[in-house]
Design a protein around this ligand. Structure first.
Ligand SMILES: [Zn+2]
Length: 569
């Protein structure tokens, strides 16, 4: 009781420390006008975007400069995710992050290269042991398209150094024009019990909106009735003046009959809860149509730090009798541009439809505890506690083995139900010849598109693996080594020559690449999007005369392709 009282007093005070005008100013990370292709808290797959995506004119190699003085706190190089990324810690309590870079400045690159040779790895992630001081406006990198980037741009973040929580950079006073209010595209009513009816149905119902320039309404003639407990969500996005890219909104507020139901804003996020977007957004309509519905009610498992304050009753609305109600949505972008939607709905005193008949299911899984499921002695499934966002009526089916698969195909529920943590699967290998078992790999088939391959560990009679998605799973083999094609399979090179190889693995995927120059480990860059590894002669210990370069590519089942080449400098 006492703790509750203290926290009530403390929260408003803590929030006032975050007031916008007390935030420090940063310089621009680029020396050209900032145009965004993405902003903070935009909805992405399994996460809210945690920074700004700054356009670089469709090209790589633009100058990236430090937004303030500080020191290099972390450098990461990876073929995936942020690609080449730089973290600069500033004396003002914040750290800026620059990602998908093409290259670092010479000063920083010397530190990176030393680490790569010390670790004998292209991928590194480290804090420099000696301080690398950076001044405001210093050239730190060239922009690129490395890692999980779908086109040249700079991904820029501001994090609170102590908590590592990403902050909304648009609150830090960058010179970006936005006088366009958010756009509202749809309203959705969600039944939250088995006996709730929305317009007579126990299913979520969507309502089309009309309007523009900040004023929206439900399409004329639309009637909404509710019986039982329900929640409301809004499909809202934002646009900034200079670009046509869809961006995220900053604040969403719903009030019903003059009472605030739920208010959330995106001043900051937290990496430890960022995946909870999967129970914040309407997951299925995002997966199927890319629609950005913001729920104004909290599902179990939603610990996003965006509610001010936490909504009473978790934003769940219910009325005991018949009546007409007025509601209003207010949505703002980070520049305070406001859009409003006013609508009415009717609450009913008695049901106006039939309640849903529960679908058939194989097992009932509770969110709060660990759940297990077994099919004959062929498949074992373990779902750790709190991996599900809500209790689940689990569906399961089996399809026959095909010529390509080494086991039957197991359909575990469906990919429209999100998972917060990895589930653990085991598929029997009793029917797989022992000689083939080392080459097994799991495959997950999404509803559309080809399979994704997951490495397995063989333990006893089972192949074990993990997945963060439901879907259809089977076992396959990969006994085919990766391919490697030299752009120049030997001959004369000069100091500026780039020696590159196209590498590919059709099944389990590339696990590692290594290269040895005259017997010593040598750094080769890797860009999976181009399926290419390469080195530039002058960056290495190539000697005058004849040099032997040995390249080893390994896939996720351990198959190797090893080739040697001779180059004369
Ligand atoms: Zn980004």
């Amino acid at each position: 009781m006492i703790r509750y009282f203290i926290s009530l007093l403390f929260i408003p005070f803590a929030l006032s420390l975050h007031a916008q005008d007390s935030l420090p100013k940063f310089g621009s990370p680029v020396d050209f006008p900032i145009i965004l292709s993405g902003n903070f808290a935009e909805m992405r797959n399994n996460h809210f975007h945690t920074g700004l995506d700054i356009k670089t004119g469709g090209a790589e190699g633009k100058r990236i400069i430090s937004a303030d003085e500080g020191r290099v706190a972390r450098i990461a190089v990876s073929p995936y995710g942020y690609g080449r990324a730089l973290y600069i810690e500033h004396p003002n309590g914040y750290t800026t992050v620059y990602a998908h870079l093409k290259s670092f400045s010479d000063k920083i690159n010397a530190v990176v290269k030393a680490e790569q040779y010390a670790k004998k790895s292209f991928a590194v992630d480290f804090t420099p042991t000696e301080t690398v001081a950076i001044s405001k406006g210093e050239l730190i990198a060239l922009s690129g398209n490395t890692g999980g980037s779908g086109g040249p741009h700079l991904h820029f973040e501001i994090r609170e150094t102590d908590t590592e929580r990403p902050q909304n950079p648009l609150l830090f006073g960058f010179d970006i024009t936005d006088n366009l209010p958010p756009v509202m595209r749809g309203l959705r009513f969600h039944p939250l019990t088995d006996t709730t009816l929305i317009n007579g149905k126990n299913e979520a119902q969507s309502f089309v909106l009309t309007g523009q320039s900040g004023k929206y309404a439900i399409k004329a003639g639309t009637k909404i009735s509710v019986y039982g407990a329900f929640g409301v969500s809004l499909h809202a996005i934002d646009f900034l003046n200079a670009a046509s890219n869809k961006c995220g909104v900053y604040e969403v507020m719903l009030q019903v009959d003059g009472r605030e139901i739920c208010r959330q804003d995106f001043r900051e996020l937290d990496f430890s809860t960022n995946r909870h977007i999967n129970c914040y957004k309407d997951f299925e309509s995002f997966r199927k149509n890319g629609w950005h519905y913001h729920k104004s009610f909290l599902e179990p498992g939603n610990e996003l730090p965006i509610y001010r304050p936490l909504p009473p009753d978790n934003g769940i609305i219910s009325f005991s009798g018949q009546g007409t109600h007025t509601a209003e949505y207010e949505v703002k972008d980070a520049y305070g541009n406001l859009s409003k939607l006013s609508f009415e709905f009717e609450s009913l005193g008695k049901p106006n439809g039939t309640f849903a008949i529960p679908e058939d299911f194989e097992a009932y899984f509770s969110r709060e505890r660990e759940n297990t499921y077994e099919y004959r002695d062929e498949l074992k499934l373990k779902i750790p506690a709190k991996s599900l966002y809500r209790d689940l009526s689990f569906q399961f089916s089996v399809q026959m083995k095909t010529a390509q698969t080494m086991s039957e195909q197991y359909a575990l529920h469906n990919e429209f139900t999100p998972l917060d943590k990895q589930i653990e699967l085991e598929i029997s290998v009793r029917n797989v010849k022992p000689a083939l078992r080392p080459y097994l790999v799991a495959a997950r088939y999404p509803i559309a598109g080809g399979p994704a391959f997951i490495p397995v560990v063989i333990e006893g009679d089972f192949a074990k693996f993990k997945s963060k998605e439901f879907g259809k799973f089977t076992l396959m083999t990969d006994s085919i080594p990766p391919t490697m094609t030299a752009e120049k399979p030997g001959g004369t090179v000069t100091s500026t020559s780039s020696i590159g190889f196209t590498i590919n693995d059709g099944r389990s995927g590339i696990r590692s690449h290594e290269a040895y120059l005259n017997g010593e480990w040598v750094l080769m860059e890797y860009e999976p999007k181009q399926k290419r590894i390469w080195l530039v002669v002058k960056d290495t210990d190539f000697k005058k005369g004849s040099n032997k370069l040995e390249v080893v590519i390994t896939d996720n089942c351990g198959n190797q392709n090893r080739k040697s080449f001779t180059y004369t400098l």
